[in-house]
Write a protein that binds this ligand. Structure first.
Ligand SMILES: NC(=O)c1ccc[n+]([C@@H]2O[C@H](COP(=O)([O-])OP(=O)(O)OC[C@H]3O[C@@H](n4cnc5c(N)ncnc54)[C@H](OP(=O)(O)O)[C@@H]3O)[C@@H](O)[C@H]2O)c1
Length: 418
């Protein structure tokens, strides 16, 4: 296969995921060839899943012709692809971008998360070792900082304690990649984004977790109790202290625990992709890169935005001590239960050191936008348009949709929406 028509050949894992698909599309648009590792699902093979994604991105035919889908699974040796394909990939691939990951935060899923994030990485690194590839990009997370407070360094420093199995396995994956790449003369890039939301110019996203999840929970309450008020005299709403106020807004008595000077570190996916592309192109020696927002968004800001957009009232932030004096009401318990896993990201006082990356990105004119109301509104409009991901692919066979434990028809939670 001649490569002179292409810029470069990349192997991208996690091709059906949020960041993997955005990176792959950008590489194609830049004239590269992309080999995309993707899994099939029961009633939806990898090729069909990728086709839907390309339609969602509106990728031109010319670019699609430079994409090859490799149906595979990182839990297998040779990432599950057949030997002939594997040989051809090792001969052609210039750079590998490893986006695949199990992003579950649940302790119950420990074994699965370890299999994907640690064993899967090892399988991939065995494969890389046999290939002509000399640059390996690991998409990690700023949260490998774990429970370390204060300033989190932009290096491979040791961390002792983590909030969850996701952080822990991502940390170990970094350590393994650093060792193996050094042994094999492969340049390693560790990209550490904070929490990624949709596109800051269109609001489009493929994933409705993290930032979206608490807001989606409040929106779920809104739909549930509005229906109850309209159709059932508001019996259930009254029991929860929910009702319409004088301005016709739904009053949800929900206090959200918040710490002073804490908040959520949010970056839009378009910023992440631009930063990633510039780092890979312009920093040949590799390294560790915090791709983060210099400013956290406070919980109070998110509450204000949510009340304004959804026409809600009664939600407010509260200090931990307030819950000791006045324990959580029924609605607050429901809310807290839903968002429990995200607690450490919502009340985050960690600061991600990134002076080197920030200076480099600023020179390239790549600046993280503030998460202001205009961007919030764009993101929520999109979330509403696609019903939190349920309508992303209108022609989708419903058997391709993952259902959540708290699923109702209205609240199906698809972690990986494609
Ligand atoms: N999104 C964020 O806010 C964020 C923030 C910081 C860091 N990150 C990091 O960025 C990377 C991408 O995250 P994301 O948000 O794009 O997650 P995502 O949408 O959940 O995508 C994860 C991808 O990994 C694939 N995958 C999981 N297990 C696999 C296996 N055994 N074999 C092959 N593929 C497998 C999934 O395939 P299926 O579709 O088949 O499940 C999916 O394509 C991850 O490493 C994550 O840790 C993300």
């Amino acid at each position: 296969m001649h490569q002179e028509h292409y810029q470069k050949t990349f192997l991208v894992t996690g091709g059906t995921g949020f960041l993997g698909s955005h990176i792959a599309v950008r590489l194609l648009e830049d004239g590269n060839r992309v080999l995309l590792l993707a899994r099939g699902r029961k009633d939806c093979n990898a090729f069909e899943r990728v086709r839907r994604l390309l339609d969602w991105f509106d990728v031109e035919e010319g670019h699609r012709s430079r994409l090859e889908v490799l149906e595979g699974d990182l839990e297998q040796p040779l990432p599950g692809i057949n030997v002939r394909d594997a040989e051809s990939v090792t001969e052609r691939v210039d750079e590998i971008i490893h986006c695949a990951s199990d992003t579950s935060l649940s302790a119950r899923k420990r074994e699965q998360v370890e299999r994907t994030n640690v064993k899967g990485l090892q399988n991939l690194l065995n494969f890389v070792q046999e290939s002509r590839c000399r640059a390996f990009h690991l998409i990690s997370t700023a949260y490998v900082a774990g429970k370390a407070g204060g300033l989190c360094p932009e290096n491979f420093g040791w961390v002792e304690a983590f909030h969850n199995v996701y952080e822990e396995t991502k940390f170990h994956a970094e350590q393994i990649a650093a060792k193996r790449c050094a042994q094999n003369g492969i340049t390693l890039y560790v990209h550490r984004p904070s929490i990624v939301y949709g596109d800051s110019t269109s609001g489009k996203t493929l994933l409705f977790n993290a930032l979206y999840y608490p807001i989606r929970t409040l929106h779920y309450f809104q739909r549930l109790y509005t229906k109850d008020i309209l159709e059932n005299n508001g019996k259930k709403a009254k029991e929860m202290g929910v009702g319409l106020n004088r301005n016709g807004k739904l009053h949800l008595p929900v206090r959200i625990e918040s710490l002073d000077a804490s908040g959520v570190n949010l970056i839009p996916v378009d910023y992440f992709v631009r930063a990633f592309m510039a780092i890979r192109k312009e920093i040949p020696e590799g390294g560790v890169f915090h791709i983060v927002n210099p400013r956290n968004t406070t919980i109070q800001q998110l509450v204000d935005y949510t009340e304004r957009f959804f026409q809600l009232a009664g939600i407010r932030t509260a200090d931990r001590s307030e819950f000791i004096n006045r324990p959580r009401n029924g609605l607050e318990l429901l809310f807290e239960n839903q968002i429990h896993a995200y607690g450490s990201y919502m009340r985050d006082s960690r600061v991600f050191e990134n002076s080197r990356t920030a200076a480099f990105l600023a020179k390239q004119n790549i600046v993280c936008p503030d998460f202001d109301y205009d961007i919030f509104e764009l993101c929520m409009r999109y979330a509403m348009d696609v019903d939190w991901g349920r309508l992303l692919y209108p022609e989708e066979n419903t058997t391709c949709v993952k259902k959540s434990p708290m699923d109702t028809k209205r609240f199906s939670h698809r972690k990986n929406v494609v």
